[in-house]
Design a protein around this ligand. Structure first.
Ligand SMILES: C[S@@+](CC[C@H](N)C(=O)[O-])C[C@H]1O[C@@H](n2cnc3c(N)ncnc32)[C@H](O)[C@@H]1O
Length: 292
């Protein structure tokens, strides 16, 4: 039989694909690596068919490899005799834990057939949630921007793991980008926030992404000129219509004052890494070994 890696989409149970849903119906066990993915799976699968997996909170690569070996050893015998699923949020092949399982099974349990069912990724869902259109001819690149980092260069970027919004924002705007943020998009757990104001996102939440677009870019799809026929407010609300307003507030105006960029060697840096890993693990993303 087969182990299916199923992408559950960004968090709304209604955004699971039909194919994913059909396999969830058939699966004898549905393994979930974390609470958030489990809560989405639980909308489709009775609790008694959901299997939890525990992963250690460690940076130790040997311990992480050992945890994946244990997970594969638990799944393999069941997957040889029945349909089994492993769920991840978004798509199983985008910044996901599923690759670790697939590689470990292939190395130690090659008899298990593995199949991947794509999911609606935050990489695509962000466009609708943020009112962004990536029109024909435009390029878009995907990056991580964890711990207050800010990649720059490409015309348009979608940034994942934006855990220190104010610090990332400062660098992006200095580099000439307009930026809009999305937090917990299409998630039934927690509050969904879409904003251009970094001060609205001073607290850290792992499920935060950003769309950054160079200010001088002009969108020229053939129908773009229709937009000038709309009212001013309609134009501003459209993707690529109007620049996001500059925001005056800062995080020091807010209660927790978060917003400093931690130095790579600082205690704050390691505290941030641990926090991210804890949140990620709790939400179903097995911690990677972070760069030092
Ligand atoms: C480890 S990646 C997992 C990506 C997932 N496999 C996918 O395809 O969407 C986690 C990052 O994706 C982004 N993300 C995932 N789901 C999100 C959502 N519903 N709302 C906002 N950001 C999300 C956040 O930047 C988060 O830090």
């Amino acid at each position: 039989m087969t182990l299916y890696g199923i992408g559950l989409g960004p968090g709304d149970a209604g955004l699971v694909t039909l194919r994913g849903r059909n396999i969830l119906d058939d699966a004898e066990v549905v393994y979930s690596p974390g609470r958030l993915s489990e809560s989405v799976a639980a909308e489709h699968v009775p609790e008694e068919r959901i299997g939890e997996m525990d992963f250690p909170m460690t940076r130790d690569e040997e311990k992480l490899r050992s945890a994946w070996k244990d997970a594969a050893a638990e799944i393999a015998p069941r997957a040889r005799n029945a349909t089994v699923a492993f769920v991840t949020l978004g798509d199983p092949n985008i910044y996901s834990t599923f690759g670790h399982l697939r590689r470990t099974l292939s190395a130690f349990h090659p008899a298990v057939t593995v199949e991947t069912i794509p999911g609606v990724s935050a990489v695509t869902a962000f466009t609708t949630a943020l009112g962004v259109e990536i029109s024909a001819g435009a390029s878009l690149s995907l990056h991580e921007a964890a711990r207050g980092t800010a990649p720059t260069g490409p015309d348009r970027m979608v940034l994942f793991k934006v855990t220190d919004v104010p610090a990332t924002h400062e660098q992006l705007t200095e580099a000439g980008y307009d930026v809009v943020y999305g937090r917990r998009l299409y998630m039934e757990q927690g509050e969904t926030v879409v904003t251009e104001d970094p001060a609205a996102l001073c607290d850290r939440d792992y499920y935060t992404l950003a769309y950054a677009q160079k200010q001088e870019l002009e969108a020229k799809p053939v129908t773009a000129e229709f937009e000038t026929e709309g009212t001013e407010s309609e134009t501003a609300a459209k993707p690529d219509g109007g620049k996001p307003p500059r925001q005056g507030r800062t995080c020091s105006d807010s209660a927790d004052g978060v917003g400093k960029t931690p130095g790579a060697e600082s205690d704050q840096y390691f505290a941030d890494v641990e926090l991210e890993r804890a949140i990620a693990a709790a939400n179903g993303d097995i911690p990677e070994v972070p760069p030092r």
